[in-house]
Design a protein. Sequence first.
Length: 173
Amino acid sequence: MKKYLWLLFLVAKVAASQSVVPPSLDDRLAQARQTYTQDGPLAALPQLEELLNLYRKAGNQPKEAVTLGYIANCYRRLGNLQQALNTARTSLAMKEKYGDQSEIGKSHNQLGLIYWDLADYPSAVSELQQAIQIGEALADPELEGRNRTRGLRKDLAAVQREPRPPRRRPGLA
């Protein structure tokens, strides 16, 4: 019996070394973010949509809300501003339910940029001011600086003097 025990141990060790552990959902989300950065929103969108469905099946609402935020970024960069706005609003509502102030601030920032692209400057300024306030309250230099460095904390009257049409991407409807 002892003579077969070492064989069983060897077979188990070889089998364990050959098993492939699939990446976790969080690892896949990090990969999708990297795809977004390196290859753009069109390449990342299918990965993010798949992850959204997986997070929904797993009942992970905080990650579902974050993933919706990334999807809204994709839509915005692709010029689908109304879809970006609807998706970002859904993301914000979910984030408010679980109360992560940093994520809520990121959503307000995102909504501000979408409204800016839609030339809805009063809504843009309101959303961006909320993001800045949250960033200041959290002492989050990235969140509050994200808006200040872009110069979007200007007086609304100065912005309204020269309204611009909504930004459109060439070749997209």
